[in-house]
Write a protein that binds this ligand. Structure first.
Ligand code: GLY
Length: 375
C-alpha cells in the first residue's frame, strides 16, 4: 500500500421509510459486498437469492460470498430468471416458490431480490406469498429500480391481460442501492432511470428540476456523486409519499405521472428491452409525462411554458418526447381505458399544475386525450 495515498472517502447515504413497517434505504458504493450489513436482515437460516441471467453473472457470486463470510451457517438457494419483462409471469413466480420449497425455507426466511424491476417485483411477490409472507431485501442494480420499484412494497407479476395485475403490497425489510452497479449499466438504461428521477421533480420539487437541468452532463456521464444525490433525493420523495399512503388510496397515485400514457404505449408496441427498439419503461414514461403535461395545458391546468420546459429537459437527457410512429391514437386510448386507476369506466389521470405540482383528475374528457395523442 502506498503510505502517502489518502484513504478513499466512501459515503453511504440513508433514507428512512416511515409508516407501519419502517425500513432503511442505503445508497452508496460497494454495498453488495457488505456481508455484515446484508446478513443483519436475515432472521433465520434460509436465504433465497433471486436474480436474472444478465445480473447474476456479475453480482450473485459476490452477494453469496459476502453473506457466507458474515454468516457461514446460512443456507442460500438461488433462482435465476431469464432477463426481461417476459419472465415476470406466474410460471416464473412458481419457480421461485419451488426454490423456497426445495430450500425448506421456514417463516423466518429472507428473499434477496438482486436485479432490476422485474426481479424485484417477482421476488417480492414470492416473499409476500411464501408461508403468507417472509422477509424480502431489495438489492436493485438499475437506476430505475433504485429510484422506484425497490421502494414502497409494490410486488406483482404480469398476466396476458396486462402488467402487474396479480400482486401484493409487501414492503421490503431493507433496500441496498449499490451505486457501483450503475457503472455496468448500459447508457440507455441509465437514461430510462433518469426519466423517473425527473418525474419526482415534476410532481413535487421545482428546485430538484432545476438541479437536474444544471447537473445533466454529470448525471449522463455516470458521475457517482451526482447519481447518488439524485437517487437519495428521489427516494426521499418516494419515502414521504409511501409512508403516508402505502396502499395507494390517495396521493401515491401521483407517482404515476405519465404512466397511463406510458403503459398504453408499452402495451401497444410490445415491451421494450435490451434486444429491441421498442421504448423501454422509462422512455415510455418520458413520452407519457410530455403528453400529460400538454393535456394539462390544453385543459387550462398548467402553463404551456412549463410543459415545453419539461419536454426540453427530457429531450436534453436523450429521452424520447413523441409517440413512436405507427401507434394509432384510438388504440392507445383503448389501452388507457383499461388502467387500474380508472373508476366507473371514466378516465382518471395524473395531471399537472406546472413544475412541482401534480394532481389526480377524475373523469378526464376523452376527446381532449385523443387530441394530444393525435397531435
Ligand atoms: N411506481 C409507483 C409506485 O410505487 O407507487
Amino acid at each position: 500500500m502506498n503510505p502517502s495515498a489518502s484513504p478513499e472517502i466512501v459515503v453511504t447515504r440513508f433514507v428512512e421509510v416511515g409508516g407501519d413497517t419502517p425500513y432503511r434505504i442505503a445508497i452508496g458504493p460497494d454495498l453488495l459486498t457488505d456481508g455484515a450489513a446484508l446478513a443483519a436482515h436475515v432472521r433465520g437460516r434460509h436465504v433465497l437469492l433471486v436474480s436474472d441471467s444478465n445480473v447474476a453473472p456479475l453480482y450473485a457470486g459476490r452477494v453469496r460470498e459476502a453473506l457466507h463470510a458474515a454468516r457461514p451457517e446460512l443456507l442460500i438457494g438461488t433462482c435465476i430468471l431469464p432477463a426481461g419483462e417476459e419472465s415476470k409471469t406466474l410460471a416464473h413466480f412458481g419457480k421461485a416458490i419451488d426454490a423456497l420449497a426445495e430450500l425448506g425455507a421456514t417463516r423466518d426466511a429472507c428473499v434477496f431480490a438482486l436485479g432490476g424491476g422485474v426481479v424485484g417485483d417477482l421476488a417480492g411477490f414470492a416473499a409476500a406469498c411464501w408461508m403468507r409472507g417472509v422477509d424480502c431485501v431489495q438489492l436493485p442494480t438499475t437506476l430505475l429500480s433504485m429510484v422506484d420499484s425497490s421502494v414502497g412494497g409494490k410486488t406483482a407479476v404480469d398476466i396476458p391481460l396486462g402488467k402487474n395485475l396479480v400482486g401484493a403490497f409487501h414492503p421490503p425489510r431493507a433496500v441496498f442501492a449499490d451505486t457501483s452497479a450503475l457503472r455496468s449499466l448500459p447508457p440507455r438504461e441509465l437514461r430510462a432511470g433518469l426519466a423517473e428521477v425527473i418525474k419526482y421533480g415534476a410532481i413535487r420539487d421545482p428546485r430538484f428540476l432545476q438541479w437536474l437541468e444544471q447537473e445533466r452532463e454529470a448525471l449522463l456521464a455516470g458521475d457517482d456523486e451526482a447519481l447518488a444525490l439524485a437517487i437519495a433525493a428521489s427516494c426521499e420523495h418516494k419515502a414521504e409519499i409511501v409512508a403516508r399512503d402505502p396502499l395507494e388510496k390517495g396521493e401515491r397515485a401521483l407517482l404515476n405521472l405519465g404512466h397511463t400514457f406510458g403503459h398504453a404505449i408499452e402495451a401497444e408496441q410490445g415491451y421494450g428491452g435490451m434486444g429491441n427498439d421498442n421504448l423501454n419503461h422509462g422512455e415510455a414514461v418520458a413520452v407519457g409525462m410530455v403528453l400529460a403535461a400538454r393535456l394539462s395545458t390544453d385543459l387550462g391546468l398548467a402553463p404551456a411554458g412549463d410543459a415545453e420546459r419539461l419536454a426540453a429537459l427530457l429531450d436534453a437527457y436523450g429521452l424520447p418526447t413523441r409517440i413512436p410512429a405507427g401507434l394509432a391514437p384510438e388504440a392507445l386510448l383503448a389501452r388507457m381505458r383499461l388502467d387500474k386507476k380508472n373508476v366507473a369506466g371514466r378516465l382518471r389521470l395524473v395531471l399537472w399544475r406546472g413544475a412541482g405540482l401534480a394532481e389526480v383528475v377524475p373523469d378526464v374528457d376523452e376527446a381532449a386525450v385523443l387530441k394530444v395523442l393525435a397531435d
